[in-house]
Each structure stands twice: as C-alpha cells, then as structure tokens.
Design a protein. Structure first.
Length: 236
C-alpha cells in the first residue's frame, strides 16, 4: 500500500490518478468504486459534480448520470456530514426524508447496490469530495484493514487531484499585494479601511481592485469575492 500511495505523488494528470486508484482498488478486491469531484459551494450530487465510476452496470450509470435522479441521493451528503466511513446500509437506515429519496433507495435495491461504503475526502480550501467502494458482498472483520487502506489511497489521490486541478486553472495569478487586498475585500472592508490596514492610500487600493476585477473577470466586489473563494485564493 505504501508504494501505491507514494506513486500518486508522481502522477501528473487527473486521469492517471483515477486509473491508478482504480487498479489499486481491483487489487484490494473492490468490485465497484466511484469518486465525486465537487466544485466549491456545490453538493456532491449537484449537476456540476464530476463523477468517475468503475464497475457499475451500464443501466445504473445511465440512471445515475440523470441529474434529476442523482439529486435525490442522500448518501454522499450523509457521509460527509458524519466525517468518516459510512456504509450504504447505515445511510439507508437513517431513513428517507422525501418520497424521491425512497425511490432512490428502491432503485439501489433493484440494481443490487447494498454492500458499499462511502468515504468523505477532504482537501485544501474546503474542497471536499465523496468516494465509495463496494466488495459486492457484506464486509467481514478481515475487510476492515483493507477498508482503511482504501481510504488512505483515496484521500491521498484526492489531495493530488486538487493539486493538479489548481495547477491547471487558467487564470492570471494575483500578486501578493493583490491577494492581500482581495482578502480584505472578501471581508467586506472599504477601500479606506483596506488602505489603513495595509498602509497604502485608498487610491492605490482602487488601482489594485481594478486589476483584481480584470484578472478574475469580475465587475464588482461580490463577483470578485465569489470567484476568489471558488478558486481558493481566499478562505474564511
């Protein structure tokens, strides 16, 4: 397992990381696995979530990629809320909060999806993700160590994917001073306040703000703040 984790740091593309995790999962005896890469401020089942899945039937994949159907999957959200591994059975046992969630659980049963486990994954700038694995059978006590290894590989892979994603973002980088100004804009400070805090004139703050708007392709403070948060330039 140590070699599997160390190898992830050497991979330079998201596809390569995903293929490595898939191969590692197969060696661990995983029948099905998935990874949900979620944009900031979105749920792990949102229409904008990028989902990689392996081992699921074509019928289930077609059904799950229906965004209206996927929206009612409560398992990723419940797994992230718990903050640790959560079996699908335990997530389902929490009950359906809506008729649509019950329909989702019924569809899982029809497709034989009942033994899997969800994994919460955590990355920089609050970039969380959801992953799952399924041996296709009830887990035994002997599987517990394997599950821990799977989680370690998945977490390392998620961190690497975040690094690659940030590296590949195509936007002009903010200078150190622009980042500082952006930080205080995001905290609601006026140009006068920002100038006082960092020791420059309000006119200079306005110049930096104009540059920030141009680089982030924003037209006002709210737009710039949202873009900066999504890109991880500032955090709260």
């Amino acid at each position: 397992m140590d070699q599997a984790i160390l190898h992830i740091a050497q991979l330079s593309s998201i596809d390569a990381v995903l293929m490595h995790v898939q191969a590692t999962g197969h060696r661990f005896g995983v029948l099905r696995q998935s990874y949900h890469f979620t944009p900031l401020f979105h749920s792990p089942v949102s229409a904008d979530t990028i989902i990689y899945a392996d081992g699921y039937s074509p019928d289930w994949q077609a059904l799950y990629h229906n965004k209206d159907f996927r929206l009612h999957d409560p398992i990723p959200g419940r797994t992230l809320a718990k903050g640790t591994m959560l079996s699908w059975a335990d997530a389902i046992a929490m009950g359906a909060e809506t008729p649509e969630q019950q329909e989702y659980f019924d569809a899982m049963e029809r497709h034989g999806l009942k033994y899997g486990t969800g994994l919460p994954l955590f990355g920089p700038s609050n970039r969380t993700a959801y992953a799952s694995f399924d041996f296709g059978r009830p887990m035994t006590s002997e599987d517990e160590l394997t599950a821990i290894k799977i989680r370690a590989v998945a977490q390392t892979a998620h961190l690497r994917i975040c690094e690659i994603f940030d590296r590949d973002l195509n936007f002009p980088p903010l200078s150190e001073r622009e980042q500082e100004v952006m930080k205080w804009i995001a905290r609601g400070k006026s140009n006068t306040d920002i100038g006082t805090i960092i020791g420059i004139s309000p006119e200079t703050v306005r110049t930096y703000t104009k540059r920030i708007y141009e680089k982030l392709e924003a037209s006002d403070r709210v737009g710039a703040t949202i873009k900066a948060l999504k890109l991880g330039i500032v955090t709260f």
